[in-house]
Design a protein around this ligand. Structure first.
Ligand code: GLV
Ligand code: MN
Ligand code: MN
Ligand code: MN
Length: 416
């Protein structure tokens, strides 16, 4: 069995790279908005690839823009995978996802510098579109890689300007069939993602490293109401078929149901409401409301989903409106692999870092990679639990510790 060399991570280098990356954004620093296949996303990709090549690592891209950087020779064994995303929701921070991509690269560089010879190749992935911003559904790259999204569903994806996923990837230089991005069976033997916590638990519990036990399951759907427009002064209340009012009732009800759920992990969010024609003095003729409902447990999540949909139909009936419910996704939760958790815990013990187990309440590409490989995640603290906002913060030291644990965990797994 090859011995484990001393792995030294350059925490300052990763932090400097993350600072530079944050400048590839549609909004001013420290806010980051980076939408998949736009100019700033392409700049982020080029920056990542150039750093990987500078480090003498092998770079490969698939037909949908997932970028794979590898350490180690081809092997009959599956690879050890890591990685995350660099796309960022509007006015997000600079650490969500990026820590797992550039931290993953730093882990490979540290292992290479240490002269580590993996038995299984070690690979970091820059995933395409973890965030649902442009095409309405998250984790497009990992869904396709793991063959958990139908190809006709991918072909039907459109952005707000009507551009298809195919057209968008083509404009970024990604050609070839979507199907070719599906990973062959046994591609990964283990997959470990490093990510910021995006919640307050590690900071509150004063723990340096989080060992993630599972990933909460998101369900999202759109409800479209069609009523009758008209003049805000001219149409008296009994004659109205306002399409927006039922959306307001549903938003309130989703909040009540999530709060009343027997699971403390049930959360319901409405971040998008669209109103037509959208004038202060016109009755809404059409309205769309989008729900994001999550839980660690499927039953309690689905109870809220079903109740919201049932109420939507009842409100439409009572108010003489047309209603259409459009499912976006409904994914099962993922449970982490115990071997990965134990290896990661042992690595934190060896380095003397405090740690705890916790679930991930945000979703990640690992939710889908878990369908094709044993999966685990490593969390580093988020200041005040902030994420998806520009004051998201994790210190260079905290990131460095996460990269050390990631590198050590992958090295151990690669020799098994
Ligand atoms: C992705 O970032 C999510 O959890 O919404
Ligand atoms: Mn995010
Ligand atoms: Mn993320
Ligand atoms: Mn996420």
């Amino acid at each position: 069995m090859p011995s484990m060399p001393k792995i030294t991570v350059n925490a300052q280098r990763v932090s400097d790279e993350l600072e530079k990356l944050a400048r590839f954004s549609d909004h001013d620093y420290p806010a980051v908005t980076r939408i998949i296949f736009t100019e700033n996303d392409i700049k982020a990709r080029d920056y990542f690839k150039s750093l990987a090549r500078e480090a003498g690592l092998h770079v490969r891209e698939d037909s949908i823009g997932n970028i794979f950087v590898r350490l180690g020779d081809e092997s009959a064994l599956g690879a050890i995978g890591t990685g995350s995303h660099c796309d960022a929701v509007p006015h997000a921070g600079r650490f969500d996802g990026t820590v797992g991509v550039f931290g993953g690269l730093e882990a490979l560089r540290a292992l290479k510098t240490a002269g580590f010879q993996p038995k299984r190749p070690i690979e970091v992935v820059f995933f395409t579109s973890e965030e649902p911003t442009r095409f309405g559904i998250g984790c497009i790259g990992s869904r396709i890689m793991s063959n958990t999204i139908a190809l006709d569903k991918v072909a039907a994806l459109r952005d707000k300007d009507g551009l298809s996923f195919d057209e968008a990837r083509g404009s970024a230089g990604y050609k070839g069939t979507v199907e070719s991005a599906i990973l062959p069976k046994g591609y990964y033997d283990y997959f470990v993602e490093l990510h910021i916590e995006q919640g307050p638990v590690l900071e509150r519990e004063k723990k340096q490293i989080g060992i993630v036990t599972g990933i909460a399951a998101p369900a999202s759907f759109r409800i479209h109401f069609t009523g009758e427009g008209g003049h805000a002064g001219g149409v008296l209340m009994p004659a109205r078929k306002d399409a927006l009012v039922p959306c307001a009732i549903l938003i309130q009800e989703a909040e009540r149901l999530a709060k009343a759920s027997p699971s403390p992990d049930t959360v319901a969010t409405v971040g998008v409401v669209k109103v037509h024609p959208g004038a202060i003095n016109s009755i809404p003729a059409k309205a769309t409301v989008e729900f994001d409902i999550r839980d660690i447990r499927l039953e309690t999540r689905d109870a809220v989903v079903t109740a919201v949909k049932t109420l939507a139909k009842r409100l439409a009936d009572e108010r003489g409106l047309k209603v259409e419910i459009e499912d976006i996704n409904s994914d099962p939760p993922a449970v982490s692999d115990e071997t990965i958790l134990k290896v990661a815990e042992a690595a934190t013990e060896t380095r003397g870092y405090s740690h705890m187990r916790l679930p991930s309440r945000a979703y990640h590409d690992s939710l889908f990679i878990a369908r094709i490989a044993p999966m685990g995640m490593i969390f580093v603290p988020s200041k005040s639990g902030y994420s998806h906002r520009s004051d998201e913060y994790t210190s260079p030291e905290e990131i460095g510790r996460g990269v050390e644990i990631l590198a050590q965990t992958m090295a151990e797994l690669s020799l098994r």
